[in-house]
Design a protein around this ligand. Structure first.
Ligand code: NDP
Length: 348
């Protein structure tokens, strides 16, 4: 009998918010590795907001997933067979095989993981791409100084939770914005944020701004932008002179489509925002984590130490089974995750 693997493919492009019908679970014959290649089985799959952008056929910093193509994504996998001298059966590796149970790899861009050094799942979260995003974005574009005030949205998520905790370690006041009382309580009580405000409970940007003004009595020096929407609108007028806004993401607006496509509802705030940038001499800087690969060495020599000594905590939301990846992803886009969203695909 032919051995089979499973994968989740993009069935069609979403119109607005994605739905379960945009994905399809497929079975396919097990891929056969060629010379110099290896066959791996996936243990952990990470779900990340950027995958929403890959579902649109829009100009961006990366190509879209084609219709019928396997959804893109980072994975931790175990080598089953290998004709690659760098990897042996049994090795755990960090790879980018996508939403699937098994994959063939030539080893390029694949990193061996030591399961004794840290839980394997952390290579996709606090010690992986989201962790590096927080670290590099904060250092390169936030340029934090002790005594300053930082605000971060999606404050209990993979990126935001590390941004806030690093800010505290570096001597800043850290104020989070998150969805719901439980997330906000965790940010303050467990992660050590000075305050965390519930954007879902605030009726509009003005109400959120009032709460932010009270939580940031000296104004805001760094706004680490993960979300856009109401939070961004609330923050901008509170920025201090020479403030910095590393633009990491804008999840509230991902369903509007790609660059130049779709308009956000509501009044045009661009003239007022632009004027604030000028008058306050703000630095607003978009970045993609891959711009800062050279920061990985600093990151990995600093952050694991903070985890060991308890100064950095992290949380994971685990969904079991590849078939449940689409529903977990749709929930992530609406705040259904609490910490790094992962899918446990296979044993290990
Ligand atoms: P998270 O783990 O933070 O999960 C996403 C969170 O976004 C949800 O849990 C939810 O949190 C929040 N959210 C969803 N909708 C809204 C909304 N309308 N308004 C406010 N918040 C909302 O994801 P990540 O930490 O992986 O990513 C955070 C951001 O960083 C994303 O924008 C992502 O695209 C970006 N990113 C950018 C990278 C880059 O290279 N530039 C690399 C990695 C991530 P809550 O319930 O608290 O509202």
């Amino acid at each position: 009998m032919t051995e089979m693997m499973t994968r989740i493919v993009l069935a069609k492009r979403p119109q607005g918010s994605p739905t379960p019908e945009d994905f399809r679970l497929e079975e396919a014959p097990m891929p056969q590795p060629g010379a110099g290649e290896m066959l791996v089985r996936v243990v952990w799959l990470t779900l990340d907001p950027y995958m929403r952008g890959r579902m649109d056929d829009a100009k961006s910093y990366a190509a879209p997933v084609p219709i019928g193509g396997t959804m893109e994504g980072g994975t931790v996998a175990q080598v089953l067979t290998s004709d690659n001298p760098k990897f042996a059966p049994g090795d755990y590796v960090l790879t980018h095989s996508g939403w699937c149970s098994h994959a063939v790899s030539d080893g390029k861009g694949v990193r061996k993981l030591d399961p004794a050094a840290a839980p394997l799942s952390t290579a996709l979260g606090v010690l992986g791409m989201p962790g590096l995003t927080a670290f590099a974005g904060l250092h390169e574009h936030g340029r934090p100084k002790p005594g300053e005030t930082l605000v971060v949205g999606a404050a209990t998520g993979a990126v935001g939770s590390l941004v806030g905790q690093l800010a505290k370690i570096y001597g800043l006041r850290a104020v989070g914005v998150a969805g719901g009382a439980e997330k906000c309580a965790w940010a303050v009580e467990e992660l050590g944020f000075d305050a965390c405000l519930d954007h879902r409970a605030a009726p509009d940007a003005g109400a959120l701004r009032e709460q932010l003004a009270a939580a940031c009595p000296d104004g805001i020096d760094i706004y680490f932008e993960n979300v856009g929407g109401k939070t961004l609108e609330a923050v901008v007028p509170l920025m201090n002179q020479f403030g910095r806004i590393p633009v990491c993401g804008m999840i509230a607006w991902y369903d509007l489509g790609g660059l130049g496509m779709g308009e956000a509802p509501g009044p045009n705030l661009l003239p007022r925002t632009w004027r604030t940038i000028l008058v306050k001499r703000l630095s607003v800087r978009g970045f993609i984590v891959t711009d800062h690969a050279e920061r990985f060495r600093d990151f990995i020599s600093e952050v694991p130490e903070y985890i060991r000594d308890g100064r950095v905590k992290y949380r994971e939301s685990v969904t079991h089974g590849l078939a449940n990846a689409p529903s977990a992803f749709l929930a992530l886009l609406k705040g259904g995750n609490f910490g790094k969203q992962l899918v446990k695909v296979g044993a290990g």
